[in-house]
Ligand binder design. Structure first.
Ligand SMILES: [Zn+2]
Length: 376
């Protein structure tokens, strides 16, 4: 009997759900899929057969068993597609290529000062193409690239491909098509904090606040596994919440913003812009640096406490400083506990799992997941 359009849609949704589930877990058994997604075993078996026939999933071995038949482990086929992430900052370009399982195949960081000129956009396109050609030497494999995701520190109107405003790059109202027009791939753009947040929000059942501590402070709000962008694309601008009335002047024009006290520059400005050097000095017991760090941590605790009060969900700290915060998370937690009497612990607070090229990696992950949404 022919299936109704609703049945066809449900079947397709189940198939996509299964692919996302296997991708998130790395590998999964049919029993796991049926139990965790609430699907019947015949439905799982039928979908796995179709996905295997289409070359999307494969058996990669057996799970350990204490008796009876061993369960087969299913995984995504790594070369079903690829995605490229590009991170543009004021002085650098970061490139990452991942496969369909989210494994990084290649990454590099290059010095290149941003300027809004034709030659810059041409040069960046050439460098992206060279990076792709060096990573995937077989032209047939290059045809499987699902897209190129570009991370930019600024407010982006994705629908109209316009960079509305970037303090970090010191530009406004730039057409992003200037960059994508030279590339023979699908190109998407997103804000750098949003891109980094994609590394942390693959679980559709989780709400997450992502606080990005780079040379500017940004953030993202993930609600039910999707980013909340706000009515005017300005959500998650945690860097411009005022925490010190009439405090230091922020580049945005206000006074006392989080950015003034919690950007990575607050620390690295004491070591000529080298954040790693700052943390080495701190570890070596430099008293001046300890004082700076204590002040920094207090302001960060204030920010975290405010975010927790506003959103009541997990808070993940990423960005350059987030990469060094693991050893100081207990100190931060103590301060947050002193300020926030509404929680019994700070188990909601953690550092981002990804430090290097998080924005480029995140937007590439997003492209891979979008590719899975097209499987039917
Ligand atoms: Zn500000």
């Amino acid at each position: 009997m022919e299936k109704s359009p609703k049945e066809v849609q449900t079947k397709r949704k189940n198939k996509i759900k299964i692919v996302h589930y296997i991708y998130r877990r790395g590998h999964a058994s049919k029993v796991d899929i049926a139990n965790d997604l609430g699907l019947s075993m015949p439905t799982v078996l039928q979908n796995i057969k179709e996905l295997s026939d289409a070359g999307v999933v494969e058996e990669v071995g057996n799970y350990q068993s204490t008796g009876g038949r061993k369960a087969k482990a299913l995984s995504i086929v790594a070369n079903i597609c690829y995605a490229v992430g590009v991170d543009i900052t004021a002085n650098h370009l970061g490139f990452v290529m991942i496969d369909a399982k989210g494994t990084i195949l290649s990454n590099t960081r290059q010095r290149m000062r941003y300027e809004d000129t034709f030659s810059y956009y041409q040069e960046i396109s050439e460098r992206i193409q060279t990076f792709i050609d060096d990573t995937l030497e077989d032209p047939k494999e290059r045809e499987k690239i699902a897209g190129i995701g570009v991370s930019i520190p600024g407010i982006i109107d994705k629908a109209n491909h316009i960079l509305l405003k970037s303090h970090a790059l010191n530009v406004s109202n730039i057409s992003l098509l200037k960059m994508s027009q030279f590339l023979p791939y699908k190109v998407v753009f997103d804000n750098d904090a949003n891109c980094a947040a994609y590394t942390e929000i693959s679980d559709p059942n989780k709400n997450v606040i992502y606080l990005s501590l780079n040379n500017t402070v940004g953030g993202a709000i993930s609600y039910n596994g999707k980013l909340y962008e706000g009515d005017h694309l300005k959500s998650g601008e945690f860097g411009h919440i005022i925490i010190v009335p009439n405090g230091e002047r922020c580049y945005c024009g206000k006074k006392g913003c989080v950015d003034c006290y919690c950007s990575a520059l607050r620390l690295s400005s004491h070591t000529g812009g080298n954040l790693e050097k700052y943390f080495i000095e701190l570890k070596n017991g430099n008293h001046d640096f300890e004082k700076i760090w204590n002040d920094y941590l207090y302001m960060l605790a204030l920010t975290v406490s405010n975010l927790r009060m506003a959103f009541d969900c997990d808070i993940i700290i990423g960005g350059y400083v987030g990469g060094y915060l693991k050893d100081y998370l207990i100190d931060l937690s103590k301060l947050v506990m002193q300020m926030n009497k509404f929680d019994f612990d700070t188990s909601y607070l953690r550092c981002s799992k990804y430090h290097m090229e998080a924005s480029a990696y995140g937007i590439a992950m997003w492209l891979i997941q979008k590719f899975y949404d097209t499987i039917g």
